[in-house]
Design a protein around this ligand. Structure first.
Ligand SMILES: [Fe+2]
Ligand SMILES: [Fe+2]
Length: 266
């Protein structure tokens, strides 16, 4: 049995060290023995320091993915390289895209990837939504709308390829699988203020490529159960995508990082 504290979209660059202390105290008060951290931890210049700060305060294994904000004012390639190096020297920090299948208990496996809103849900062509991502992340800035879509597609495909690679092993080994990702992988999990995001926002808020891989895997394994934990929209909700595939989307408010949920895993 494990007790996992799930956090997402903590955006620690917007809070004081005192707030981080309070958040970590809340994790410990829940009696958690590990942390699942779902991305948007900070921004490129501070995300490594934020992870080190959480590690030092918590002294627990932290399994995490990165969110779009973690690449702001930097580049995806450099942030990922820096975070990989940090994890190599910090035995309790685990960036899930490089962790393969994590055996949480004999019954439950954990896999994860950042994911990326891949422009494929909703109506990308008509949408005039422009996220800060498209200026503040090196790989996405300076692109016209068409080239940006191709880049978003490629980032979503990269995440989907990761899940395609790790899920067969996870589902062969464990009856239950937890998937940690930043971006909702299904339209019905893309909550925004109590409703599903509309066609203008969906292209920027959900990752269809990952959803297709997860749905296909669980349709082929009715004997297994999957729980997907995501964030990014800052609006909480639950979606039952298949009888054995449930998605929890975390809520968040800038400046008020909190524990989403304590999960007890058999
Ligand atoms: Fe966020
Ligand atoms: Fe995000």
């Amino acid at each position: 049995m494990r007790r996992l504290a799930w956090l997402t979209d903590v955006h620690l660059n917007f809070v004081t060290p005192g707030h981080v202390d309070t958040l970590c105290r809340a994790v410990r008060d829940e009696g958690a023995d590990a942390v699942l951290l779902g991305g948007d931890i900070g921004e490129a210049p501070d995300v490594e320091a934020q992870l080190e700060g959480l590690d030092a305060r918590l002294g627990l294994p932290i399994y995490f993915v990165l969110g779009n904000h973690d690449y702001y004012r930097g580049s995806i390639a450099r942030v990922r390289a820096g975070v990989e190096a940090l994890c190599a020297r910090s035995p309790r920090l685990h960036w899930l895209p490089r962790s393969g299948v994590v055996e949480l208990t004999p019954e439950t496996a954990l896999v994860g990837h950042d994911g990326w809103a891949d422009g494929r849900f909703g109506d990308y062509e008509r949408s005039d939504v422009l996220l800060n991502d498209y200026w503040l992340i090196e790989e996405l800035s300076g692109l016209d709308k068409r080239d940006r879509l191709l880049r978003l597609n490629a980032l979503g495909d990269e995440a989907a390829a990761h899940f395609r690679a790790v899920l067969p092993e996870a589902l062969a080994r464990s009856r239950r699988v937890i998937v940690l990702t930043h971006v909702p992988p299904f339209r019905e999990a893309c909550w925004h203020r109590g409703k599903i995001s509309d066609d203008d926002w969906l292209p920027h808020f959900a990752c269809r490529a990952v959803g297709e891989v997860l749905r296909e895997a669980m349709a082929a394994h009715p004997e297994c159960e999957m729980t997907v934990l995501c964030g990014h929209t800052h609006s909480p909700g639950e979606a039952q995508v298949l009888p054995n595939l449930r998605v929890l989307t975390g809520g968040a408010e800038y400046g008020r990082p909190e524990v989403q949920r304590l999960l007890t895993v058999p």
